[in-house]
Design a protein. Structure first.
Length: 82
């Protein structure tokens, strides 16, 4: 299982590469939609990155309640713990 810090570091890289969001803007309490301007298309790109990292398909029910960076970190941690 990846640590919270490892996942957050990876997520910051993705947000910068995919969406040109400054890494320091990506905090655990950041809301993906209101704080970081991630839209539904961006969320799909994020799901693809998560699949590449974990080697597993992200279940829609795991991702539908995701609102914050911490939520994404938790999903990834749960997927890598299985």
């Amino acid at each position: 299982m990846l640590s919270q810090e490892q996942v957050l570091t990876k997520l910051r890289e993705w947000m910068e590469d995919l969406f040109e969001i400054e890494p320091e803007s990506v905090q655990l309490d950041s809301n993906l939609y209101s704080d970081l301007d991630v839209d539904s298309i961006d969320a799909v790109d994020l799901v693809v990155k998560i699949k590449e990292l974990t080697g597993k398909q992200v279940k829609p029910e795991d991702f539908k309640n995701v609102r914050t960076v911490l939520d994404v970190v938790t999903v990834i941690q749960n997927m890598t713990a299985e």
